[in-house]
Write a protein that binds this ligand. Structure first.
Ligand code: MCN
Length: 818
C-alpha cells in the first residue's frame, strides 16, 4: 500500500530524526516550571473578572441586584446581559437559532454554573467578594436532568419556542429497516455511556487587552483554547468587529481533551469588557467552576440489537442513541453522527440501522471529549459482542476473529459510509493476545473459579477502528541568515508535542539540526489560518503541510544553490547541514549564507522571489482510520466489589510513527482516560440538577497509582491518504481501553451470573451486581439477552419515545470529526 508517500528521507541527513524517539523539546520548560500558562502572562494593571453563576438548574430570573456589589472597594463594574445588549453566541454547527446561547443568562437559567453576571475589580479577591454580593432573585422551574425523562410528554421543556427537548434527530447515517431480518439470534441490551468531565490540568481562562490595530480599535485575546482561529472568528462575529480587529493567542495550554475546542461565552464577555472599559481584563476559572462550566463528554444511552448466525457471524446491528446534550446545543451535535459512522467497528456487518435523538437537559452542555462519539461506538459494539459471545458460548477472541474485516478487503466501505483505508486487525489481535499470555490467563482464571477464590480474574478484549483527520492545514518554513529555521503551523498543541515532531520533519527533510528549528503557533497575528488541534488530525494534516513546505523550501534552496555555485540542480547535495556540489566538497554553502543570498534580489535566478521561505496548505481528501486491539486484565474482589486493573496491553496502529516516544505517551495518556471512564469517573447530578461531583474531592479522577504500567505493541500499517503515511494517535488509546477494561470486569464475574454493569464500575456497583446475581434478582433493564424478550426498554426503530417524533429542526446532522 503506501502509494502516495513522499519520502522526505530520500535525500536528507545522514542522522535520521524522522521516526526517532526524540525527547520532547517542550518538556524542560514544563518540568522546571518555566513554562508560561495563561495566568502567568504578564499584564500590568489588568482588572480581574469573576462570573456570578447560577446555583439553580432551571429558573426564571426575577431580578438581579448589583448596587451593593458595585459599591464594594476596588470594584470597577458589574454587568448583566442587558448591559451587553443581550449578545448571544452564534449557533454551533448550524444548530437552530433558538438555541443560541446568551453571553450572560437572559430571563432564565438552564444549568447550574450558567453565568448570569460578571464582576470586575482591581484584584481577583475583591471581585470574588463582590460576586457574593450580587443578589439574584430566582423563581425555580421544574428541571429535567435525565435525557430519557426529558423525552417524556410531560417533561419540563427548556426552550418553549422550540416546543420539545429534542434538539434534533440523526436519521441519515444508516437507515436499514431490515437490519436484523436475517439474524438467527439477536442480542439486545441497553447501555449507559456516562457523562464525564474533561478535567484539563489548566482550567479555562482569558486575558483581553484593548488597543488599536491599523488605526482601528482592536482587542487582543489570550485564551486557553484548542482552535484560536475559530475563537477569533466567533469573538469578531459576536462583537461586530472585523477579523483584523481581533487577535487571539494562547500561552502554554495545560490540556484540553476536547473541552477547549469551543469558544465559550466567557471568552467573549472578557473581550467585550476590555473594549467597553478600554483596558485589560483577565479571568481564571477555579477548578469547581471548570467542572460545571466546561463542556462535559459522552452522555449517551444506547439501545443495541446485534444479530448473528448461530456460529457467531454478525449479520446486522441496530442502534438507537439518546444523546444528552445538556442545556444548550453545542458540539454535542457532532457526537451521535460519529457514533453512527463508526458503528461497524472493525467488523463486517452487512446491515446497520442507526438512529439518534439529541436531547436538551438542565445540565452543563455536552461537547467533544477525547474520541468524541467514536469511543461510544466502540464501547457499544464491544460490549454487545462479548454478550453475544457469552450467549453463543464462543470465546471473545474467537468471535472477533470470525468477524474482522480481512486486511485484503481494505479499502473497505461500511454500510454507514466510512471508507476505511488500511489495517490489520487479525495481526493486532494475535499480537495483543500473545503479549498478554491469553491462554495462560484463561487457565489461571479457571483455576481461581475452581478454587472459589475471593479475588477473581477477568480478561477483556476490545478491538477498534476509528476515524481521524479532516480539513486542511497551513504551514510555512523559513530559513534565516543565522542558519535557523522557523515553522509556522495552524495546529494548536496543548500537550501533544508538535514543537518536537514538526521540528523532526523539517530537520529530516532539510538535513539540518533538530535544534536549529523553532515551531511557532497559536497566534492569529502570526499564523494566517489553521483549524487547530482536535480529532487526532494534527500530524497527518498539519505535519503533512510542514513536510510539503519543507520539500518546497528544499527545492528553492536547490535552485538558488545551483545558480550561485554555477552547477546543475541535479548536482546539488544536502549534507551535514550544508548545501554543496556532488563530487566537489570545497564548493558548499551554509543555510545561513543561502538565506542571506536569498534576501538580495541581485543574487537570485530569474523569476525567484526574495526570501528563503515556502508555505503549504495540505488538504485531506479522505480521513484515515487507525485501529488496534487492547487486552485488559483485572482482579475483582468478589466480597467488596473492588477492581484492580493489573495489566493492560495496547496494540495500536497509527500508520507511520514520526516520533515513537510521543506516540507511546499518547497511548498511555489515552488508555488511562479510557480505563478511568470504565472504573472511576462519572459526572453526577441529583434530581434537582445539583452537581454532586464538581470538585476533585468528589469526582474520582485516577492518578498513576491506580493504573498499571501499560504494555504497548507498535503496529504500522501505513496509509496512502497523506504524504507522511501517518494516521492519528491522540484518541486511539482511549477508544481501545475503556471497553477492554469494562469487558474484563464483566468477564471476571460472568460465572457468578453477572451479565452487565454500566460504567463506572465502582465497588458499590460491582458488589451490588454480584449480590443481585447471587440472589437471582430478575434482570434489570441493562440485561438484554439473546434468548429472552427484549424487556421494557425494547425500542422500535427509534420511535419508542413519543416525544422523539415531535417536529424538530427539520434536518439531519452529518458527521464531522472532533
Ligand atoms: N504522532 C506521531 N506519529 C503518528 C501520529 C502522531 O508521531 N503516526 C505524534 C504527533 O506528532 C503528535 C502526537 O503524536 O505529537 C499526537 O498527534 P495526533 O494523533 O495527530 O493528534 P493531535 O496532535 O491532533 O492531538 C489531538 C488529540 C486529541 S483529539 C485529544 S482529545 C487529546 C490528545 O490529542 N488531548 C490531549 N492528546 C492530548 N495530550 C495531552 N497532553 N493533552 C490533551 O489535552
Amino acid at each position: 500500500m503506501a502509494t502516495g508517500l513522499v519520502d522526505p528521507l530520500a535525500e536528507a541527513s545522514s542522522v535520521r530524526v524522522l521516526g526517532s524517539p526524540m525527547l520532547r523539546s517542550e518538556d524542560s520548560a514544563l518540568l522546571t516550571g518555566a513554562a508560561r500558562y495563561l495566568a502567568d502572562v504578564p499584564c500590568e494593571g489588568a482588572l480581574h473578572a469573576v462570573f456570578v453563576r447560577s446555583p439553580i438548574a432551571h429558573a426564571r430570573i426575577q431580578s438581579v441586584e448589583v448596587d451593593d456589589a458595585r459599591a464594594m472597594p476596588g470594584v470597577t463594574g458589574v454587568f448583566v446581559a442587558g448591559d451587553m445588549g443581550g449578545l448571544r453566541m452564534p449557533p454551533v454547527e448550524d444548530t437552530p437559532e433558538t438555541f443560541a446561547r446568551p453571553l450572560l443568562a437572559i430571563g432564565r437559567v438552564r444549568f447550574v454554573g450558567e453565568p448570569v453576571a460578571v464582576v470586575v475589580a482591581q484584584t481577583r479577591a475583591r471581585a470574588m467578594d463582590a460576586a457574593e454580593a450580587v443578589a439574584i432573585d430566582y423563581a425555580p422551574l421544574a428541571p429535567v436532568i435525565d435525557p430519557e425523562a426529558a423525552l417524556q410528554p410531560d417533561a419540563p421543556v427548556l426552550f418553549q419556542a422550540h416546543g420539545s427537548n429534542v434538539a434534533f434527530r440523526v436519521d441519515e447515517v444508516a437507515d436499514d429497516p431490515r437490519a436484523l431480518g436475517d439474524a438467527e439470534i439477536t442480542m439486545r441490551a441497553r447501555f449507559v455511556n456516562q457523562r464525564v468531565a474533561p478535567v484539563p490540568m489548566e482550567p479555562n481562562g482569558a486575558l483581553a487587552i484593548a488597543g488599536t490595530a491599523a488605526g482601528q480599535p482592536s482587542v487582543t485575546l489570550w485564551a486557553s483554547v484548542q482552535a484560536p482561529q475559530d475563537t477569533r472568528r466567533i469573538v469578531a462575529q459576536v462583537l461586530g468587529l472585523g477579523p483584523g480587529q481581533v487577535r487571539v493567542r494562547t500561552a502554554v495550554v495545560g490540556g484540553g481533551f476536547g473541552g477547549k475546542i469551543p469558544t465559550y461565552p466567557e471568552h467573549v464577555v472578557i473581550a467585550w469588557l476590555a473594549r467597553h472599559m478600554g483596558t485589560a481584563v483577565r479571568w481564571s476559572e477555579t477548578r469547581s467552576e471548570n467542572m460545571v462550566a466546561m463542556t462535559h463528554g459522552r452522555g449517551q444511552v444506547q439501545h443495541v440489537e446485534l444479530g448473528a448466525t448461530r456460529d457467531g457471524r454478525l449479520l446486522g446491528l441496530r442502534v438507537f442513541v439518546i444523546q444528552d446534550i445538556g442545556a444548550y446545543a453545542s458540539e454535542a451535535a457532532t457526537l451521535p453522527p460519529l457514533t453512527g459512522l463508526m458503528a461497524s467497528g472493525p467488523y463486517r456487518i452487512p446491515r446497520i440501522d442507526f438512529h439518534a435523538v439529541l436531547v436538551l437537559t438542565n445540565t452543563t452542555p455536552v461537547g467533544a471529549y477525547r474520541g468524541a462519539g467514536r469511543p461510544e461506538a466502540t464501547w457499544l459494539l464491544e460490549r454487545a459482542l462479548d454478550m453475544l459471545a457469552d450467549d453463543l458460548g464462543i470465546d471473545p477472541a474467537e468471535i472477533r476473529r470470525r468477524n474482522f474485516i480481512p486486511s485484503s478487503a481494505f479499502p473497505y466501505r461500511t454500510p454507514t459510509g466510512a471508507n476505511y483505508d488500511s489495517g490489520d486487525l487479525r495481526g493486532a489481535l494475535d499480537a495483543a493476545l500473545r503479549a498478554a499470555g491469553y491462554r495462560e490467563l484463561r487457565q489461571e482464571q479457571a483455576s481461581r473459579i475452581e478454587r472459589g477464590e475471593t479475588w477473581q480474574l477477568g480478561i477483556g478484549i476490545s478491538s477498534y477502528i476509528e476515524i481521524t483527520g479532516w480539513g486542511s492545514e497551513y504551514a510555512s518554513v523559513e530559513a534565516s541568515e543565522q542558519g535557523t529555521f522557523t515553522v509556522l503551523t495552524g495546529t494548536s498543541p496543548h500537550g501533544q508535542g508538535h514543537e518536537t515532531t514538526w521540528a523532526q520533519i523539517v530537520a529530516d527533510t532539510l538535513g539540518v539540526s533538530f535544534d536549529a528549528v523553532t515551531v511557532r503557533h497559536s497566534d492569529t497575528a502570526l499564523v494566517p489560518r489553521g483549524e487547530g488541534t482536535m480529532g487526532s488530525r494534527s500530524l497527518q494534516v498539519g505535519g503533512s503541510a510542514v513536510l510539503r513546505a519543507s520539500v518546497a523550501l528544499r527545492g528553492k534552496a536547490r535552485r538558488l544553490a545551483a545558480h550561485l555555485l554555477k552547477t546543475g540542480e541535479s548536482g546539488v547535495r544536502f549534507s551535514g547541514g550544508r548545501i554543496g556540489v556532488r563530487g566537489a566538497p570545497e564548493l558548499s554553502l551554509s543555510w545561513g549564507g543561502l538565506a542571506a543570498a536569498a534576501a538580495d534580489p541581485s543574487s537570485l535566478p530569474p523569476g525567484m522571489e526574495t526570501g528563503l521561505r515556502a508555505e503549504d496548505d495540505f488538504e485531506m481528501a479522505d480521513s484515515t482510520y487507525p485501529s488496534g486491539v487492547h487486552v485488559a486484565v483485572v482482579e475483582v474482589d468478589t466480597e467488596t466489589g473492588k477492581v484492580k486493573l493489573v495489566r493492560h496491553v495496547a496494540a495500536d496502529d497509527c500508520g507511520r510513527r514520526v516520533n515513537p516516544m510521543l506516540v507511546e505517551g499518547q497511548i498511555h495518556g489515552g488508555a488511562a482516560q479510557g480505563a478511568a471512564q470504565a472504573l472511576y469517573e462519572s459526572f453526577v447530578y441529583d434530581e434537582e440538577g445539583n452537581p454532586l461531583t464538581s470538585s476533585l474531592a468528589t469526582y474520582a479522577m485516577p492518578s498513576a497509582a491506580e493504573l498499571p504500567a501499560f504494555d504497548t505493541i507498535p503496529l504500522v500499517t501505513p496509509t496512502d491518504r497523506n504524504p507522511l503515511g501517518a494516521k492519528g494517535v491522540g484518541e486511539g488509546g482511549t477508544i481501545g481501553a475503556g471497553p477492554a477494561v469494562h469487558n474484563a470486569v464483566i468477564d471476571a464475574l460472568s460465572h457468578l451470573g453477572v451479565r452487565h454493569v454500566d460504567p463506572p464500575m465502582t465497588p458499590e456497583r460491582v458488589w451490588t451486581a454480584i449480590t443481585d446475581a447471587g440472589r437471582d434478582v430478575p434482570g434489570d433493564r441493562n440485561e438484554g439477552g439473546a434468548h429472552g424478550p427484549a424487556g421494557p426498554e425494547r425500542f422500535d426503530r427509534g420511535n419508542r419515545h413519543p416525544n422523539a417524533e415531535r417536529p424538530v429542526s427539520g434536518r439531519g446532522v452529518t458527521p464531522k470529526i472532533r
